[in-house]
Design a protein. Structure first.
Lengths: 101, 372
């Protein structure tokens, strides 16, 4: 669905895992862009109605791109950049909060 | 009812107190016009916590405790009636509320307060002191700093915003008229009723009910009444939505039907200032995280301040004007808890019925300076 603008300077590849599957992104990409590029068309379901959600604003405002990153839920995917080894899970419903042990 | 006027009753104030009264009046068959101030008004009804609360209320004032007990008992039918009329679920849950206590002393003082209340009342006043073990059985997420809790099975919570919406919708469905952005400019008692100038229009009715919150202070004297109320600020934080972990409301932390955790509160005498302060918000957050450590890692999405409407002794003022017959003033701090009483027993009194015995002591004269 999404493709990169042609003619950009090449950047280093970054490897992350989405739902346990390895995905290649580019250094400097936001996680939201990496997910969209990987063909993830909905990031989460809302806690109240269960409706599917994907990024709307891509600039930190809409909170529709929430995902779980390295075990922490409700991270705005558009506000973090990809890192090697990042473990990403899609969210189903509301965050499950636990006390730090 | 007089047909001289376009309405039987004018209600001033569209918060939860005014809306409950207006709904009750319309339900009783009256033609009601409600005037609500603009969005820049101080609105306790849109900033409050949403408890339907019994425990601890009315110490030294058993009549208030009885009035509150009656309200809590009437809530299930009230919520069902609103749901049936409007389809709005006000998310009422009355499965028991807890006061979490961080120290032994706090717990002992709280339990003692409720024991004294029970003695004063001489009616069934159920509560239970939960030791840390019992408390953790009930709510496993309770933190180690909590010394125990007092639980009253009559306490509950509701969504204050859904309640307000349901009242507006039910009122309008009954033919009630609601005019927003209408600040009262002039208020006059005429021989056959009341005339109110607001938003470049003139409204008239045989009866007038002042339910304008902090605005009552200025409005009441114009019709021979008095409402010496003062603002008292409370600050609140709300979190992102979480999986349900807390079914019971507590005095300072509750989880809403949508999963948001609402955290309060402060009690500050700062005049007409509904802003927030970092000092209070961090104190409130710290206390909540001690009660429920999982909250420490949770994101806060919004904070706000709102102004309580407090009389000098904290109890309501319900009064009919002697010099301007047909005028009433209604003000209280617990507009959510008392909503069924306001829509029911209080409306019956305003319409000419007997004054409920519980509220006969709630006249503004009690604040007059006594001379010898």
């Amino acid at each position: 669905m999404f493709r990169r603008i042609e003619g950009q300077a090449p950047r280093r590849a970054v490897s992350l895992a989405i739902e346990g599957s390895d995905v290649q992104a580019r250094e400097g990409d936001t996680l939201a862009v990496a997910l969209l590029q990987a063909g993830v068309d909905h990031f989460r379901e809302t806690p109240v109605s269960g409706a599917p959600r994907a990024p709307l604003c891509l600039m930190g405002v809409c909170f529709d791109c929430l995902v779980e990153v390295d075990g922490v839920a409700n991270v705005q995917a558009c506000m973090v950049t990809v890192r090697d080894g990042m473990q990403v899970r899609l969210q189903h419903g509301a965050r499950h909060a636990e006390a730090a042990t | 009812m007089s047909r001289l006027h376009e309405s039987d009753t004018l209600v001033i104030g569209g918060g939860v107190v005014g809306m409950a009264l207006a709904y009750g009046l319309a339900r009783a068959g009256e033609r009601v016009q409600l005037l609500d101030e603009g969005d820049d008004a101080y609105r306790a009804a849109r900033g409050n916590f949403g408890l339907v609360w019994v425990q601890g209320k009315g110490l030294g004032r058993p009549a208030y405790a009885r009035w509150t007990l009656g309200a809590a008992a009437a809530w299930p039918a009230f919520a069902a009636e609103l749901a049936e009329r409007t389809g709005v679920d006000v998310e009422l849950s009355q499965i028991g509320g807890l006061t979490m206590c961080l120290g032994e002393e706090e717990l002992a003082a709280r339990a003692d307060q409720l024991r004294r209340l029970r003695e004063e009342l001489g009616v069934a006043y159920p509560f239970e002191v939960l030791d840390p073990g019992r408390l953790r059985q009930l709510i496993p997420q309770t933190g180690p700093a909590v010394a125990g809790a007092v639980m009253c099975p009559l306490d509950g919570h509701t969504s204050p915003l859904r309640l307000l919406r349901a009242l507006v919708q039910a009122y309008e469905d009954l033919g009630g008229r609601l005019t927003a952005g209408a600040r009262v400019e002039a208020l006059e008692f005429r021989e056959r009723g009341f005339e109110v100038h607001a938003g470049e229009k003139v409204y008239s009715a045989a009866k007038l009910v002042l339910a304008a919150g902090l605005g009552n202070r200025e409005l009441a004297p114009r019709v021979g009444l008095s409402a010496p109320v003062q603002p008292n600020r409370g600050q609140i934080l709300v979190t992102e939505r979480l999986q349900p972990f807390l079914k019971h409301p507590t005095l300072y932390v509750r989880q809403t039907g949508e999963g948001v955790v609402q955290i309060g509160d402060s009690k500050e005498d700062v005049g007409l200032d509904d802003s927030t302060t970092l000092a209070q918000l961090s104190r409130i957050a710290d206390r909540a995280a001690k009660c429920f450590p999982l909250l420490a890692a949770v994101n806060i999405v919004r904070t706000w301040g709102a102004l309580r409407v407090m009389s000098p002794d904290g109890f309501p003022i319900y009064q009919a004007s002697a010099s301007c017959p047909g005028a009433f003033v209604v003000t209280c701090h617990s507009g959510i808890t008392l909503a069924p009483q306001h829509a029911g027993a209080l409306v019956d009194w305003i319409r000419g019925g007997d004054e409920p015995v519980e509220i006969r002591g709630f006249k503004a004269e009690r604040f007059d300076v006594q001379t010898h």
